[in-house]
Write a protein that binds this ligand. Structure first.
Ligand code: CTP
Length: 211
């Protein structure tokens, strides 16, 4: 079994020191990678900038931007059995990137943006028979409507919805509370619990369904 996991945020630079990003510690993706290695699987972990050590036994690819993350995943996607997109990918990037740090006077107060590539949707569209595609949906509200809609829109088999409205679980925390959806509807929920426990639970749910 070979799994490909994205984790962490991406950074979309305006100039060498300034960037747009999302809040994301990378902990959930790294926990899934660690739990996958424990099961004896081969793991490619494509990670944006985070303050975490590489989990032992994982092939870690460090990237900065959404485009870097897409390219790293695209070249590994064909070989994976399961693709899990946990990363908090920036949806937009500055249309122009300066090579040198811009001064206040050179900086326009209106930023022109352009969309980044949707990694999950694009690679989901390239899936071959037998590949399992899993997305995450971090939401502050309307999870039960947004999660199944995202599952369909992105061509996933499963989507893991997590509530990031509070401070105790989600983005930067060591804990998470998730609901799991597949094409048949709501398939279960877990937490609040440590992200490592959520990771073990998720792999059990996904693999049970594969058998
Ligand atoms: N995702 C991705 N590439 C992007 C944006 C999102 O691969 N450019 C993936 C995320 O890793 C996650 C899923 O898509 O698995 C949903 O991400 P989310 O940020 O919740 O949704 P968006 O598509 O960004 O939609 P919106 O921000 O409008 O809710």
């Amino acid at each position: 079994m070979r799994v490909l996991i994205t984790a962490g945020p991406t950074r979309e630079h305006l100039d060498p020191v300034r960037y747009l990003t999302n809040g994301s510690s990378g902990k959930m993706g790294y926990a899934l990678a660690t739990a996958a290695v424990r099961r004896g699987w081969e793991v490619d972990l494509v990670s944006g900038p985070v303050e975490l050590n590489a989990p032992a036994g994982v092939d870690l690819v460090q990237v900065i931007s959404a485009q870097d993350m897409f390219e790293a995943c695209a070249s590994r996607f064909g070989a994976c059995d399961v693709f899990v997109a946990v990363a908090a990918v920036a949806d937009f990037r500055p249309k122009y990137r300066a090579d040198q740090k811009q001064t206040k006077l050179e900086t326009d107060s209106t930023l022109e943006l352009e969309p980044t590539v949707d990694i999950l949707k694009t690679l989901g569209g390239r899936r071959r028979n037998g590949q399992l595609i899993v997305g995450f949906a971090a939401e502050t509200h309307d999870l039960d409507a947004k999660a199944p809609a995202k599952l369909i829109a992105k061509g996933c088999d499963w989507i893991v919805a997590n509530d990031v409205s509070g401070r105790d679980v989600g983005m930067e925390s060591d804990a998470n509370a998730v609901t799991l959806w597949n094409r048949g509807g709501r398939a279960g929920s877990k937490g609040p619990a440590p992200k490592h426990d959520i990771a073990e639970w998720l792999w059990n749910q996904l693999m049970d369904d594969q058998l």
